[in-house]
Design a protein around this ligand. Structure first.
Ligand code: ATP
Length: 238
């Protein structure tokens, strides 16, 4: 059964008297463990789709099923709970809490995910060591974000998203602010998350080369999906 199903999703923003159609009739599904990239020019609706899939914005029409549950049928509290337990977010601007160390940022993500779980779990220390090693941040965990490079901050943000073992990882332009070396590290970690940790990854990117690490590439234009192609599904090269 697909883990993400979008059925005729539409979104219109109201801005004063203006109606801005951002998504029209978007339908697709994603299988568990699949890595899907979404590409398209600025304004094509990628971020809007990301926010709707993450339950952060409601669609105007159509429906989104996450693991068989329709977000629109949940109360705000239930939606928040489901988001915390099932989805890991990675943003272009990292969004780390500045007063906490890298480790503190990872721990707080774990605590927040526990709020979404009926049965609380311990921080998965072996997974943290594994992720830190793969991401090359083992020696940086005591540092605060302002003591880390942009690439290191984004690698911490990936560890923060994956430590909770989310079934779905949503990444919005995760390599947008990074140099090639850090971009490749981030892309390869997302690929590992799909291949080895069997997480479903949906990544928005402007960069057609970055999209090639995915199994499948959806192209958007003017709020619609205009193309679906196979990605190469291979590692990015440093
Ligand atoms: N809060 C909002 N209010 C009004 N219009 C909006 C809002 N957010 C987005 N839009 C409009 O919706 C359309 C789709 O925007 P969206 O941010 O989803 O595109 P995008 O493909 O992610 O663009 P980018 O690559 O530049 O981030 C655009 O026309 C945008 O101006």
């Amino acid at each position: 059964m697909p883990i993400i199903v979008a059925q005729s999703v539409g979104k219109t923003y109201k801005s004063g008297k203006l109606q801005v159609p951002a998504l029209r009739n978007v339908s697709f599904s994603v299988e568990p463990g699949e890595f899907v990239a979404v590409v398209g020019p600025s304004g094509s609706g990628k971020s809007t789709l990301f926010y709707i899939l993450g339950g952060l914005t409601a669609a105007t029409s159509g429906s989104v099923l996450i693991d068989g549950t329709d977000f629109a049928r949940l109360s705000d509290a239930e939606r928040t709970k489901m988001r915390r337990a099932k989805i890991g977010f990675v943003f272009q601007r990292f969004n780390l809490l500045p007063t906490l160390s890298a480790m503190g940022n990872i721990e707080i993500a774990h605590d927040i995910a526990n709020l979404g779980r009926d049965k609380k779990i311990e921080l998965d220390k072996p997974l943290l060591e594994h992720l830190s090693g793969l991401l090359g941040i083992s020696g940086r965990l005591d540092h605060r974000p302002n003591e880390l490079s942009g690439g290191e901050q984004q690698r911490v943000a990936i560890a923060r998203a994956l430590i909770t073992r989310p079934s779905i990882v949503l990444a919005d332009e995760p390599t947008g602010n990074l140099d090639t070396k850090n971009s490749d590290a981030v892309l390869n970690m997302l690929r590992t998350s799909s291949r080895e940790l069997h997480q479903t990854v949906l990544m928005i990117t402007h960069n057609p080369e970055a999209a090639q690490v995915a199994d499948r590439i959806l192209t958007m234009r003017d709020g619609e999906i205009t193309g679906i192609a196979a990605g190469r599904g291979i590692a990015a090269t440093v």
